[in-house]
Design a protein around this ligand. Structure first.
Ligand SMILES: NC(=O)c1ccc[n+]([C@@H]2O[C@H](COP(=O)([O-])OP(=O)(O)OC[C@H]3O[C@@H](n4cnc5c(N)ncnc54)[C@H](O)[C@@H]3O)[C@@H](O)[C@H]2O)c1
Length: 445
């Protein structure tokens, strides 16, 4: 099929590349000309696992191109994905849907033949009905269908999840729209192990919000249990493991730490909390408010843990923070708990140096006032405390790191706020390890 992807950010760029990989001819439309210039070279404007390989392959094969011209996309494509941003409003009261409304409003009159618009952005319930009205009023042709197809990809696995989704949800109202969805996702659906959930638009909207609300609830639940363990001397990692064996609970999303962050969960939970409150679903609003407050509180708990690890006020401490991305596998630093913790430490420690294998540029852009290192050795040089804040494999899986890091630092004190390391490997190399909700692990060597 000839498809367009409107909005080539963290969702849109991997989606465009994945659509080309599935065999479609793809045009990506992006407002930002600098982004278009970069994508046209076959490279992403941010780091995402596996993205550059796919972009490179399909841009050079001519199957994927990028433009700032919506006109060009309207002429070219029979199906348009909308993947623009839905940031939280400045007052926190729901999404700013300006990008979605703007894109659909601009596209509709350019459509001169029956076409399908497939929305992928995360929106609150009621937005699709509003967009449907815009299309009915402004479309340049009859037969312009609207489908809401929420995206469940995980950053860090955006390419893999776009190519191998665990489900496809389509909120729609016409058989033509369903036919178009089945056609564009045919290579995925043909595998036979991916369910297509065809439903109405309101259900698709709520389903996506509910998925993120549930994930955040799970994360906050285990972090609340970490709080209980901190007071009682219990070990939250064992608690998480033990309760997760029950298939009704499961192990996914159960790693204790500094809470959820990124470009999605914080804003999606906040927007959903506001919306459910607005419609009078008070049980849901109370639950989600609690989820948010547990998440915020973990940041102070993490800062206190660093202070405890140091053995007193941090103003005499020099600290290396390993990680700035909100999670491993991406350079995304939006609402990054790692960077927020680094900020707290920056304002209270003698010196805080941040290192991340992929996101130093993005972090520096957002917070030029912090100090960054371009490599791990200079970050670790002569510090009193190492804080592991993003679970990159080079920090958690490199068997040589505990020993090499030991030679660089002044004191072997590690604070792992992601519960991500092999504690035995670090303690065996002489480190004292502090983790949220776990007893301190003393060096064994
Ligand atoms: N990032 C994720 O992992 C993820 C996962 C699932 C859902 N989502 C949802 O997808 C949507 C996009 O998220 P994102 O993280 O990619 O945001 P983003 O800010 O990274 O990307 C949005 C892009 O759209 C562009 N844009 C805005 N208006 C445009 C227009 N009229 N024409 C062309 N381009 C336009 C912006 O310049 C920007 O590059 C959001 O609703 C988000 O909640 C994101």
């Amino acid at each position: 099929m000839r498809v367009s992807v409107i909005g080539c950010g963290h969702l849109g760029a991997p989606h465009a590349a994945a659509m080309a990989e599935l065999g479609h001819d793809v045009i990506g439309v992006e407002l930002n000309p600098e982004t278009v210039k970069k994508l046209q070279t076959g490279r992403g404007h941010f780091y995402e696992n596996g993205l550059d390989e796919l972009l490179e392959r399909h841009v050079s094969a001519g199957r994927l191109r990028f433009t700032t011209s919506l006109n060009e996309a309207a002429e070219f494509a029979d199906l348009h994905f909308v993947a623009v941003g839905t940031p939280l409003r400045a007052d926190g009261r729901g999404y700013d849907v300006g990008q979605v409304v703007g894109a659909v409003r601009a596209l509709a009159p350019l459509l001169k033949r029956p076409t399908t618009i497939v929305g992928k952005s995360t929106v609150t319930v009621g937005t699709v009905a509003r967009l449907q009205e815009i299309i009915s009023e402004h479309a340049g042709s009859d037969g312009v269908d609207l489908v809401w197809n929420p995206e469940f990809l995980r950053e860090g696995y955006a390419v893999e999840d776009s190519l191998y989704p665990d489900r496809v949800v389509a909120g729609l109202t016409s058989p033509e729209a369903e036919k178009a969805v089945r056609e564009v996702y045919a290579p995925i659906l043909a595998r036979g192990n991916v369910e297509l959930i065809v439903t109405d638009p309101a259900t698709a909207e709520v389903l996506k919000s509910a998925a993120n609300a549930f994930l955040s609830t799970k994360i906050s639940f285990i972090n609340a249990m970490a709080e209980v363990c901190e007071v009682t001397g219990a070990d939250v990692a064992t608690v998480a493991y033990g309760i997760g064996i029950d298939p009704r609970i499961g192990h996914g999303g159960m790693r204790p730490g500094i809470g959820y962050g990124g470009g999605c969960l914080p804003k999606d939970v906040a927007a959903f909390t506001h919306r459910v409150g607005e419609i009078g679903a008070t049980g849901a609003a109370d639950l989600l408010n609690a989820v948010e407050s547990v998440n915020h509180a973990r940041m102070d708990a993490a800062r206190d843990l660093v202070e405890k690890a140091h053995g007193g006020p941090l103003d005499t401490a020099t600290i290396a923070v390993l990680g700035a991305s909100f999670k491993a596998g991406t350079s995304d630093v939006r609402n990054s708990p790692a960077l927020r913790l680094a900020g707290l430490l920056h304002s209270s420690a003698a010196r805080t140096v941040i290192y991340d294998p992929e996101s130093v540029t993005a972090a520096r852009h957002l917070h030029p006032e912090y100090m960054y290192a371009n490599d791990i050795d200079s970050a670790l040089h002569d510090v009193d405390i190492v804080v592991l804040a993003t679970e990159w494999p080079e920090f958690t899986k490199d068997a040589a790191l505990p020993a090499t890091a030991a030679r660089a630092v002044r004191r072997q004190v590690l604070v792992d706020v992601r519960t991500a390391i092999d504690t035995a490997a670090w303690t065996a190399a002489g480190w004292t390890v502090h983790q949220l909700g776990r007893p301190v692990q003393q060096p064994t060597a």
